[in-house]
Design a protein around this ligand. Structure first.
Ligand code: PMP
Length: 448
Protein backbone atom coordinates (compact mmCIF):
# COMPACT_ATOMS: atom_id res chain seq x y z
CA UNK A 1 0.00 0.00 0.00
CA UNK A 2 1.41 3.37 -1.02
CA UNK A 3 0.76 6.69 0.68
CA UNK A 4 -0.47 9.65 -1.39
CA UNK A 5 3.07 11.04 -1.54
CA UNK A 6 4.45 7.66 -2.61
CA UNK A 7 1.85 7.42 -5.39
CA UNK A 8 2.89 10.85 -6.62
CA UNK A 9 6.54 9.69 -6.60
CA UNK A 10 5.51 6.57 -8.47
CA UNK A 11 3.76 8.73 -11.08
CA UNK A 12 6.84 10.90 -11.51
CA UNK A 13 8.95 7.76 -11.94
CA UNK A 14 6.73 5.90 -14.39
CA UNK A 15 4.37 8.22 -16.24
CA UNK A 16 6.06 9.43 -19.39
CA UNK A 17 7.85 12.72 -19.12
CA UNK A 18 5.99 13.79 -22.28
CA UNK A 19 2.83 14.52 -20.27
CA UNK A 20 2.64 17.81 -18.41
CA UNK A 21 0.57 18.46 -15.25
CA UNK A 22 -0.58 21.48 -13.26
CA UNK A 23 0.25 19.78 -9.96
CA UNK A 24 1.12 16.23 -8.93
CA UNK A 25 -2.14 15.61 -7.08
CA UNK A 26 -3.39 12.02 -7.09
CA UNK A 27 -7.14 12.29 -7.63
CA UNK A 28 -9.26 9.45 -6.33
CA UNK A 29 -12.81 10.69 -6.73
CA UNK A 30 -14.87 13.31 -8.52
CA UNK A 31 -18.34 14.59 -7.75
CA UNK A 32 -19.89 17.62 -9.44
CA UNK A 33 -17.12 20.25 -9.43
CA UNK A 34 -15.23 18.66 -6.56
CA UNK A 35 -12.18 16.47 -6.94
CA UNK A 36 -10.86 14.54 -3.95
CA UNK A 37 -7.18 13.66 -3.69
CA UNK A 38 -5.46 10.69 -2.07
CA UNK A 39 -4.15 13.12 0.54
CA UNK A 40 -7.70 14.04 1.52
CA UNK A 41 -7.77 17.46 -0.17
CA UNK A 42 -10.89 18.74 -1.91
CA UNK A 43 -10.20 20.71 -5.10
CA UNK A 44 -12.66 22.99 -6.86
CA UNK A 45 -12.40 22.04 -10.51
CA UNK A 46 -12.72 24.94 -12.94
CA UNK A 47 -11.19 22.90 -15.77
CA UNK A 48 -13.86 20.20 -16.25
CA UNK A 49 -11.16 17.96 -17.72
CA UNK A 50 -10.65 20.68 -20.37
CA UNK A 51 -14.30 21.21 -21.16
CA UNK A 52 -15.38 17.57 -21.01
CA UNK A 53 -17.37 16.96 -17.83
CA UNK A 54 -19.92 19.64 -18.65
CA UNK A 55 -22.47 18.01 -16.34
CA UNK A 56 -19.99 17.66 -13.49
CA UNK A 57 -17.93 14.66 -12.44
CA UNK A 58 -19.88 11.41 -12.20
CA UNK A 59 -23.28 12.86 -13.06
CA UNK A 60 -25.65 10.20 -11.65
CA UNK A 61 -27.84 9.97 -14.79
CA UNK A 62 -24.79 9.40 -16.98
CA UNK A 63 -23.00 7.04 -14.59
CA UNK A 64 -26.10 4.93 -14.03
CA UNK A 65 -26.71 4.58 -17.78
CA UNK A 66 -23.08 3.56 -18.31
CA UNK A 67 -23.29 1.05 -15.44
CA UNK A 68 -26.41 -0.51 -16.92
CA UNK A 69 -24.77 -0.74 -20.35
CA UNK A 70 -21.71 -2.43 -18.87
CA UNK A 71 -23.90 -5.38 -17.95
CA UNK A 72 -25.59 -5.49 -21.36
CA UNK A 73 -22.95 -5.00 -24.07
CA UNK A 74 -19.54 -3.39 -23.69
CA UNK A 75 -17.97 -3.70 -27.11
CA UNK A 76 -18.89 -4.48 -30.64
CA UNK A 77 -16.51 -3.31 -33.30
CA UNK A 78 -18.40 -0.94 -35.57
CA UNK A 79 -17.49 -2.83 -38.76
CA UNK A 80 -19.12 -6.02 -37.49
CA UNK A 81 -22.69 -4.84 -36.97
CA UNK A 82 -24.71 -1.90 -35.69
CA UNK A 83 -25.18 -1.86 -31.96
CA UNK A 84 -28.25 -0.33 -30.37
CA UNK A 85 -26.64 2.48 -28.31
CA UNK A 86 -24.72 3.64 -31.43
CA UNK A 87 -27.97 4.09 -33.34
CA UNK A 88 -29.82 5.54 -30.35
CA UNK A 89 -27.12 8.15 -29.81
CA UNK A 90 -27.43 9.23 -33.46
CA UNK A 91 -31.20 9.37 -33.00
CA UNK A 92 -30.67 11.75 -30.06
CA UNK A 93 -28.11 13.92 -31.85
CA UNK A 94 -30.02 14.33 -35.13
CA UNK A 95 -32.61 16.84 -33.88
CA UNK A 96 -29.99 19.06 -32.20
CA UNK A 97 -27.77 19.42 -35.25
CA UNK A 98 -27.24 23.06 -36.20
CA UNK A 99 -28.33 22.39 -39.79
CA UNK A 100 -30.70 19.71 -41.20
CA UNK A 101 -28.18 18.69 -43.88
CA UNK A 102 -25.97 17.25 -41.11
CA UNK A 103 -27.41 13.75 -40.91
CA UNK A 104 -24.54 11.31 -41.58
CA UNK A 105 -22.50 10.31 -38.53
CA UNK A 106 -19.65 8.21 -37.37
CA UNK A 107 -17.97 8.05 -33.99
CA UNK A 108 -14.38 7.97 -32.81
CA UNK A 109 -12.65 8.09 -29.45
CA UNK A 110 -11.00 11.52 -29.34
CA UNK A 111 -11.20 14.96 -30.88
CA UNK A 112 -7.89 14.44 -32.68
CA UNK A 113 -9.09 11.25 -34.32
CA UNK A 114 -12.34 12.87 -35.37
CA UNK A 115 -10.40 15.73 -36.97
CA UNK A 116 -8.23 13.18 -38.78
CA UNK A 117 -11.44 11.62 -40.08
CA UNK A 118 -12.70 15.02 -41.24
CA UNK A 119 -9.47 15.53 -43.20
CA UNK A 120 -9.97 12.15 -44.85
CA UNK A 121 -13.58 12.85 -45.80
CA UNK A 122 -12.76 16.30 -47.20
CA UNK A 123 -9.82 15.03 -49.23
CA UNK A 124 -11.67 12.04 -50.59
CA UNK A 125 -14.78 14.03 -51.47
CA UNK A 126 -12.91 16.85 -53.22
CA UNK A 127 -9.96 14.94 -54.64
CA UNK A 128 -7.78 17.81 -53.32
CA UNK A 129 -5.06 17.85 -50.70
CA UNK A 130 -4.52 21.21 -49.06
CA UNK A 131 -6.05 22.39 -45.83
CA UNK A 132 -6.40 25.93 -44.48
CA UNK A 133 -6.44 26.51 -40.72
CA UNK A 134 -6.07 29.60 -38.54
CA UNK A 135 -3.24 30.96 -36.44
CA UNK A 136 -3.81 29.84 -32.86
CA UNK A 137 -5.83 26.79 -33.90
CA UNK A 138 -5.85 23.62 -31.84
CA UNK A 139 -7.15 20.52 -33.57
CA UNK A 140 -5.08 17.84 -31.81
CA UNK A 141 -1.55 16.45 -31.49
CA UNK A 142 -1.51 13.55 -33.95
CA UNK A 143 0.30 13.77 -37.29
CA UNK A 144 -2.64 15.19 -39.24
CA UNK A 145 -4.43 17.09 -36.49
CA UNK A 146 -1.04 18.23 -35.13
CA UNK A 147 -0.17 19.67 -38.53
CA UNK A 148 -3.34 21.75 -38.24
CA UNK A 149 -2.55 22.91 -34.69
CA UNK A 150 -1.01 26.37 -34.63
CA UNK A 151 -1.32 27.47 -31.02
CA UNK A 152 2.08 26.45 -29.69
CA UNK A 153 5.03 24.71 -31.40
CA UNK A 154 5.69 22.36 -28.47
CA UNK A 155 2.80 20.11 -29.48
CA UNK A 156 4.71 18.83 -32.48
CA UNK A 157 8.23 20.24 -32.32
CA UNK A 158 10.92 17.77 -33.25
CA UNK A 159 8.40 15.17 -34.39
CA UNK A 160 7.89 16.22 -38.00
CA UNK A 161 7.49 15.96 -40.87
CA UNK A 162 3.79 16.29 -40.17
CA UNK A 163 1.02 16.03 -42.74
CA UNK A 164 1.99 18.39 -45.56
CA UNK A 165 -0.27 20.86 -47.33
CA UNK A 166 -1.54 22.84 -44.33
CA UNK A 167 -1.62 26.65 -44.61
CA UNK A 168 -2.49 29.01 -41.78
CA UNK A 169 -4.37 32.29 -42.14
CA UNK A 170 -5.03 34.92 -39.48
CA UNK A 171 -7.91 34.36 -37.04
CA UNK A 172 -10.01 37.50 -36.56
CA UNK A 173 -8.20 38.13 -33.28
CA UNK A 174 -6.14 41.24 -32.63
CA UNK A 175 -3.01 39.25 -31.75
CA UNK A 176 -3.25 37.25 -34.94
CA UNK A 177 -3.53 40.47 -36.95
CA UNK A 178 -0.99 42.54 -35.03
CA UNK A 179 -3.46 45.24 -33.95
CA UNK A 180 -4.59 46.59 -30.57
CA UNK A 181 -7.15 44.86 -28.33
CA UNK A 182 -9.65 47.71 -28.81
CA UNK A 183 -9.80 47.18 -32.60
CA UNK A 184 -13.45 46.92 -33.67
CA UNK A 185 -14.93 43.58 -34.66
CA UNK A 186 -15.68 44.97 -38.10
CA UNK A 187 -12.06 45.91 -38.63
CA UNK A 188 -10.83 42.52 -37.37
CA UNK A 189 -13.12 40.80 -39.85
CA UNK A 190 -11.93 43.06 -42.67
CA UNK A 191 -8.28 42.32 -41.91
CA UNK A 192 -8.80 38.57 -41.46
CA UNK A 193 -10.70 38.38 -44.78
CA UNK A 194 -7.78 40.11 -46.47
CA UNK A 195 -5.28 37.65 -44.97
CA UNK A 196 -7.34 34.68 -46.16
CA UNK A 197 -7.56 36.22 -49.59
CA UNK A 198 -3.76 36.47 -49.64
CA UNK A 199 -3.38 32.82 -48.62
CA UNK A 200 -5.64 31.84 -51.50
CA UNK A 201 -3.77 34.03 -53.96
CA UNK A 202 -0.18 33.59 -52.83
CA UNK A 203 0.15 30.26 -51.04
CA UNK A 204 -2.33 27.78 -52.41
CA UNK A 205 -4.65 27.88 -55.34
CA UNK A 206 -8.27 27.53 -54.11
CA UNK A 207 -8.71 24.61 -56.51
CA UNK A 208 -6.09 22.69 -54.49
CA UNK A 209 -7.84 23.29 -51.15
CA UNK A 210 -9.89 20.42 -49.75
CA UNK A 211 -11.03 22.08 -46.52
CA UNK A 212 -10.97 25.06 -44.24
CA UNK A 213 -11.02 24.09 -40.54
CA UNK A 214 -12.17 26.61 -37.95
CA UNK A 215 -13.00 26.64 -34.25
CA UNK A 216 -16.02 28.94 -33.81
CA UNK A 217 -14.52 30.02 -30.48
CA UNK A 218 -10.80 29.43 -30.63
CA UNK A 219 -9.92 27.27 -27.62
CA UNK A 220 -6.29 26.63 -26.78
CA UNK A 221 -5.42 29.69 -28.88
CA UNK A 222 -6.87 31.99 -26.23
CA UNK A 223 -10.69 31.60 -26.00
CA UNK A 224 -11.39 33.95 -28.86
CA UNK A 225 -14.92 34.05 -30.30
CA UNK A 226 -15.03 34.27 -34.08
CA UNK A 227 -17.31 37.09 -35.28
CA UNK A 228 -20.33 35.68 -37.17
CA UNK A 229 -19.49 37.89 -40.17
CA UNK A 230 -16.22 35.99 -40.61
CA UNK A 231 -17.96 32.61 -40.38
CA UNK A 232 -20.41 33.76 -43.09
CA UNK A 233 -17.45 34.87 -45.17
CA UNK A 234 -15.87 31.42 -44.87
CA UNK A 235 -19.12 29.88 -46.05
CA UNK A 236 -19.07 32.13 -49.11
CA UNK A 237 -15.42 31.40 -49.88
CA UNK A 238 -16.03 27.65 -49.55
CA UNK A 239 -19.12 27.78 -51.77
CA UNK A 240 -17.30 29.82 -54.38
CA UNK A 241 -14.34 27.45 -54.60
CA UNK A 242 -15.88 24.08 -53.77
CA UNK A 243 -14.00 23.86 -50.46
CA UNK A 244 -15.33 21.83 -47.51
CA UNK A 245 -16.02 23.94 -44.42
CA UNK A 246 -15.18 22.01 -41.25
CA UNK A 247 -16.27 23.44 -37.92
CA UNK A 248 -14.38 22.01 -34.95
CA UNK A 249 -16.86 22.09 -32.05
CA UNK A 250 -14.79 19.71 -29.91
CA UNK A 251 -14.44 22.18 -27.04
CA UNK A 252 -17.37 24.49 -27.79
CA UNK A 253 -20.13 21.88 -28.12
CA UNK A 254 -22.86 20.82 -25.71
CA UNK A 255 -23.77 24.13 -24.06
CA UNK A 256 -20.23 25.25 -23.28
CA UNK A 257 -21.13 28.55 -24.96
CA UNK A 258 -24.75 28.55 -23.71
CA UNK A 259 -26.23 26.83 -26.76
CA UNK A 260 -25.84 23.27 -28.03
CA UNK A 261 -23.13 24.40 -30.43
CA UNK A 262 -21.22 27.64 -30.81
CA UNK A 263 -22.42 27.97 -34.40
CA UNK A 264 -25.99 28.06 -33.08
CA UNK A 265 -25.17 31.66 -32.12
CA UNK A 266 -24.56 32.57 -35.78
CA UNK A 267 -27.89 32.02 -37.58
CA UNK A 268 -30.18 29.05 -38.09
CA UNK A 269 -29.26 28.94 -41.76
CA UNK A 270 -25.49 28.72 -41.18
CA UNK A 271 -24.30 25.44 -42.63
CA UNK A 272 -20.95 23.74 -42.05
CA UNK A 273 -20.15 20.84 -44.36
CA UNK A 274 -18.63 18.83 -41.53
CA UNK A 275 -18.98 19.36 -37.79
CA UNK A 276 -16.56 17.68 -35.39
CA UNK A 277 -17.63 17.04 -31.79
CA UNK A 278 -16.25 15.23 -28.73
CA UNK A 279 -15.69 16.18 -25.06
CA UNK A 280 -19.14 17.17 -23.68
CA UNK A 281 -21.09 14.68 -25.79
CA UNK A 282 -20.73 11.89 -23.20
CA UNK A 283 -19.54 13.88 -20.17
CA UNK A 284 -16.19 12.12 -19.80
CA UNK A 285 -16.65 8.82 -21.61
CA UNK A 286 -14.27 8.66 -24.57
CA UNK A 287 -16.31 9.27 -27.66
CA UNK A 288 -16.07 11.80 -30.46
CA UNK A 289 -17.64 12.03 -33.86
CA UNK A 290 -18.11 13.80 -37.09
CA UNK A 291 -21.34 14.62 -38.83
CA UNK A 292 -21.70 15.65 -42.44
CA UNK A 293 -24.10 15.54 -45.35
CA UNK A 294 -24.99 12.66 -47.67
CA UNK A 295 -22.97 14.01 -50.56
CA UNK A 296 -19.63 14.22 -48.74
CA UNK A 297 -20.03 11.05 -46.72
CA UNK A 298 -21.24 9.30 -49.88
CA UNK A 299 -17.81 9.83 -51.44
CA UNK A 300 -16.18 7.41 -48.98
CA UNK A 301 -15.37 3.87 -49.95
CA UNK A 302 -17.14 1.28 -47.82
CA UNK A 303 -14.72 0.09 -45.17
CA UNK A 304 -12.37 3.05 -45.51
CA UNK A 305 -13.33 4.38 -42.08
CA UNK A 306 -13.55 2.67 -38.70
CA UNK A 307 -11.59 1.85 -35.59
CA UNK A 308 -11.60 -0.91 -32.99
CA UNK A 309 -13.10 1.10 -30.15
CA UNK A 310 -14.82 3.77 -32.23
CA UNK A 311 -18.37 4.27 -30.96
CA UNK A 312 -17.96 2.07 -27.90
CA UNK A 313 -21.32 0.92 -26.53
CA UNK A 314 -20.74 2.14 -22.94
CA UNK A 315 -19.61 5.56 -24.19
CA UNK A 316 -22.67 5.74 -26.47
CA UNK A 317 -24.98 4.87 -23.55
CA UNK A 318 -23.32 7.59 -21.49
CA UNK A 319 -23.79 9.98 -24.42
CA UNK A 320 -27.50 9.16 -24.66
CA UNK A 321 -27.95 9.82 -20.93
CA UNK A 322 -25.99 13.06 -21.18
CA UNK A 323 -28.41 14.15 -23.93
CA UNK A 324 -31.32 13.60 -21.51
CA UNK A 325 -29.71 16.02 -19.08
CA UNK A 326 -28.84 18.60 -21.75
CA UNK A 327 -32.39 18.43 -23.11
CA UNK A 328 -33.91 19.31 -19.72
CA UNK A 329 -33.10 23.00 -20.24
CA UNK A 330 -31.54 23.37 -16.78
CA UNK A 331 -28.02 23.46 -18.14
CA UNK A 332 -28.81 26.24 -20.59
CA UNK A 333 -30.40 28.36 -17.83
CA UNK A 334 -27.50 27.78 -15.48
CA UNK A 335 -24.89 28.72 -18.07
CA UNK A 336 -26.67 32.03 -18.58
CA UNK A 337 -26.85 32.86 -14.87
CA UNK A 338 -23.35 31.68 -13.93
CA UNK A 339 -21.65 33.26 -16.91
CA UNK A 340 -23.18 36.64 -15.97
CA UNK A 341 -21.71 36.16 -12.51
CA UNK A 342 -18.34 35.25 -14.01
CA UNK A 343 -18.15 38.21 -16.41
CA UNK A 344 -19.12 40.65 -13.64
CA UNK A 345 -15.97 39.65 -11.76
CA UNK A 346 -13.74 39.61 -14.83
CA UNK A 347 -15.02 43.00 -16.01
CA UNK A 348 -14.59 44.40 -12.51
CA UNK A 349 -10.95 43.32 -12.55
CA UNK A 350 -10.54 44.92 -15.98
CA UNK A 351 -11.93 48.27 -14.79
CA UNK A 352 -10.84 48.48 -11.15
CA UNK A 353 -8.06 51.06 -10.56
CA UNK A 354 -6.20 48.39 -8.55
CA UNK A 355 -5.97 45.80 -11.32
CA UNK A 356 -6.92 47.29 -14.69
CA UNK A 357 -3.30 47.98 -15.68
CA UNK A 358 -2.75 44.21 -15.75
CA UNK A 359 -5.59 43.31 -18.07
CA UNK A 360 -5.59 43.56 -21.87
CA UNK A 361 -8.83 41.77 -22.71
CA UNK A 362 -11.81 39.94 -21.21
CA UNK A 363 -13.64 37.69 -23.65
CA UNK A 364 -15.61 34.53 -24.15
CA UNK A 365 -19.04 33.08 -24.75
CA UNK A 366 -21.07 31.36 -22.03
CA UNK A 367 -18.83 29.40 -19.67
CA UNK A 368 -15.86 29.52 -22.02
CA UNK A 369 -14.23 32.72 -20.80
CA UNK A 370 -10.75 34.13 -20.53
CA UNK A 371 -8.81 37.06 -19.22
CA UNK A 372 -5.79 38.05 -21.23
CA UNK A 373 -3.19 39.89 -19.18
CA UNK A 374 -0.92 42.53 -20.55
CA UNK A 375 2.41 41.09 -21.38
CA UNK A 376 5.71 42.57 -20.31
CA UNK A 377 7.17 41.55 -23.66
CA UNK A 378 4.42 42.57 -26.05
CA UNK A 379 3.57 46.13 -27.03
CA UNK A 380 0.18 45.27 -28.53
CA UNK A 381 -1.25 44.76 -25.08
CA UNK A 382 0.06 48.08 -23.80
CA UNK A 383 -2.67 50.15 -25.39
CA UNK A 384 -4.07 52.74 -22.96
CA UNK A 385 -1.38 52.20 -20.33
CA UNK A 386 -0.18 55.35 -18.60
CA UNK A 387 3.45 55.96 -19.53
CA UNK A 388 5.97 54.45 -17.18
CA UNK A 389 3.67 51.66 -15.92
CA UNK A 390 5.64 48.46 -15.43
CA UNK A 391 3.98 45.20 -16.27
CA UNK A 392 5.07 42.13 -14.30
CA UNK A 393 6.12 39.02 -16.21
CA UNK A 394 3.97 35.88 -16.49
CA UNK A 395 0.89 37.28 -14.78
CA UNK A 396 -1.33 34.40 -15.89
CA UNK A 397 1.05 31.81 -14.48
CA UNK A 398 1.26 33.69 -11.18
CA UNK A 399 -2.53 34.02 -10.95
CA UNK A 400 -2.86 30.33 -11.74
CA UNK A 401 -0.30 29.38 -9.09
CA UNK A 402 -2.16 31.40 -6.45
CA UNK A 403 -5.43 29.66 -7.40
CA UNK A 404 -3.79 26.22 -7.32
CA UNK A 405 -2.38 26.99 -3.86
CA UNK A 406 -5.97 27.70 -2.76
CA UNK A 407 -7.14 24.39 -4.27
CA UNK A 408 -8.90 25.99 -7.22
CA UNK A 409 -7.94 24.32 -10.51
CA UNK A 410 -7.76 26.80 -13.39
CA UNK A 411 -6.01 26.62 -16.73
CA UNK A 412 -4.05 29.03 -18.84
CA UNK A 413 -4.34 28.75 -22.65
CA UNK A 414 -1.59 27.74 -25.04
CA UNK A 415 -0.56 31.18 -26.15
CA UNK A 416 -0.22 34.64 -24.71
CA UNK A 417 -0.75 35.45 -21.06
CA UNK A 418 -4.22 34.12 -20.52
CA UNK A 419 -6.24 32.46 -17.77
CA UNK A 420 -9.37 30.62 -18.83
CA UNK A 421 -12.49 29.54 -17.03
CA UNK A 422 -14.34 26.38 -18.07
CA UNK A 423 -16.11 25.00 -15.03
CA UNK A 424 -18.71 22.27 -15.39
CA UNK A 425 -21.94 23.86 -16.59
CA UNK A 426 -23.67 22.78 -13.37
CA UNK A 427 -21.47 25.13 -11.32
CA UNK A 428 -23.48 26.63 -8.45
CA UNK A 429 -23.73 30.29 -7.50
CA UNK A 430 -21.73 29.56 -4.35
CA UNK A 431 -18.97 27.72 -6.24
CA UNK A 432 -18.72 30.49 -8.80
CA UNK A 433 -18.49 33.18 -6.15
CA UNK A 434 -15.91 31.18 -4.17
CA UNK A 435 -13.78 30.79 -7.28
CA UNK A 436 -14.16 34.42 -8.30
CA UNK A 437 -13.09 35.54 -4.83
CA UNK A 438 -9.87 33.53 -5.16
CA UNK A 439 -9.24 34.81 -8.71
CA UNK A 440 -9.78 38.42 -7.55
CA UNK A 441 -7.34 37.95 -4.66
CA UNK A 442 -4.85 36.38 -7.07
CA UNK A 443 -4.95 39.26 -9.56
CA UNK A 444 -4.86 41.86 -6.76
CA UNK A 445 -1.85 40.14 -5.25
CA UNK A 446 0.07 40.28 -8.56
CA UNK A 447 -0.90 43.98 -8.83
CA UNK A 448 0.67 44.85 -5.48
N1 PMP B 1 -10.17 20.31 -31.24
C1 PMP B 1 -10.36 21.20 -30.25
C2 PMP B 1 -11.04 22.49 -30.57
C3 PMP B 1 -9.91 20.93 -28.96
O1 PMP B 1 -10.08 21.82 -27.99
C4 PMP B 1 -9.27 19.68 -28.70
C5 PMP B 1 -8.76 19.32 -27.32
N2 PMP B 1 -8.45 20.34 -26.48
C6 PMP B 1 -9.10 18.80 -29.76
C7 PMP B 1 -9.57 19.13 -31.01
C8 PMP B 1 -8.39 17.48 -29.57
O2 PMP B 1 -9.20 16.61 -28.85
P1 PMP B 1 -8.55 15.34 -28.12
O3 PMP B 1 -7.66 15.86 -27.05
O4 PMP B 1 -9.74 14.59 -27.62
O5 PMP B 1 -7.82 14.58 -29.14
Amino acid sequence: VRTAAQWADFGRDHVSHGLGRLRDHVVVKGEGLDLYTAEGKKLLDFTAGIGVTNLGHCHPTVSQAAAAQINTLVHLQCSIAFHAPYLQLIERLLPIMPHPSLDQFFFWNSGSEANEAAIKVARKATGRQNIIVFQGAYHGRTMGSGAMTRSKPIYTQGSGPLMPGVFASAYPYWHSLGVNPSTSEEELVRLAKHQLDLVLRQQTNPSDVAAIFIEPVQGEGGYVPCPPAFMHHLREVCDKHGIVLVVDEVQTGFFRTGKYFAIDHISPSFRPDIMVFAKGVANGFPISGIVSNKELMGALDVGSMGGTYAGNAVACAAGIAAQDVYASGEIETNVEARSEQLYVTLNRLATSPKTRHLIADVRGVGLMAAVEFRSAADDLTHEGLPEGTTIPKNIGKRVQDYCLDKDLLVLTTSCFDTIRFIPALVVSEEQMSRAMKIVTEAVEKVAL
